[in-house]
Design a protein around this ligand. Structure first.
Ligand code: G3P
Length: 215
């Protein structure tokens, strides 16, 4: 399973790369806007730090606009995956960009029917959003479960990237279902390493060691 960081914050990316678990980065217009930096500069900076897929999302919503913008974004770095919304114009643009040899991550996936169409249209990655489904009292992980059931019947090249992750349980459930990638905010990655029994156990080991030294 691959782990991506879902952030455009360079300092946080630099903080977690030394853990050896960051396989890529996903960004979106909201995450870029939060940083107040140029989209192009930030994607290029991230690509210097992480040697793996870096998703950069288009702003255009019409077919030709997405194709033009996608071609421009793809030139920024060899590891750029162009992120397109899952709309009618988006799936057409996916088809065109794939013919150019550009890698594409289809975003804002909320149903298995969308996922299936995107696999047939040869998306490299699809991003079903689990947290946003939970937010409206649906079950985000049920969507991943159904998508993986379909994927297990065929030999699709398209990877399922679980997005809109809010907590470590989402990551664990995604792993149990065999999802290919989980993209998570840095705070979720941080929570994955923490356990209070690790902290209290270590404190006790050190205390006992100190006592034995003072005898
Ligand atoms: O980058 C796409 C996705 O992970 C966004 O997550 O938390 O804004 O629903 P969120």
């Amino acid at each position: 399973m691959q782990f991506f960081l879902d952030t455009a914050n360079l300092e946080l990316i630099k903080k977690y790369v030394p853990w050896g678990v960051v396989d890529g980065v996903t960004t979106n217009p909201s995450l870029i806007a939060k940083e107040g930096v140029s989209h192009e500069d930030r994607i290029k900076e991230i690509a210097k730090v992480v040697n793996g897929p870096i998703s950069a999302e288009v702003i255009a919503t019409d077919y030709q606009g997405m194709v033009d913008e996608g071609r421009r974004l793809a030139k920024w770095h060899k590891n750029v995956y162009v992120k397109l919304p899952t709309t009618e114009a988006g799936i057409k643009a996916l088809n065109t960009l794939k013919k150019d040899g550009i890698r594409v991550n289809m975003t804002l996936v909320f149903s298995t029917s969308q996922a299936l169409l995107l696999a047939k249209s040869k998306a490299d990655l699809i991003s079903p959003f689990v947290g946003r489904l939970d937010d409206i009292s649906e079950d985000g992980m049920s969507l991943i479960s159904e998508i993986m059931d379909v994927w297990n019947q065929y030999d699709f090249d398209t990877k399922v990237l679980v997005a809109s992750i809010r907590h470590p349980r989402h990551v664990i459930d995604a792993a149990k279902m065999g999802a290919h990638v989980a993209t998570m905010p840095p705070e979720v990655l941080e929570k994955m390493i923490k356990h209070p029994l690790t902290d209290s156990g270590l404190a006790k080991f050190l205390e006992d060691h100190k006592k034995s030294q003072s005898k």
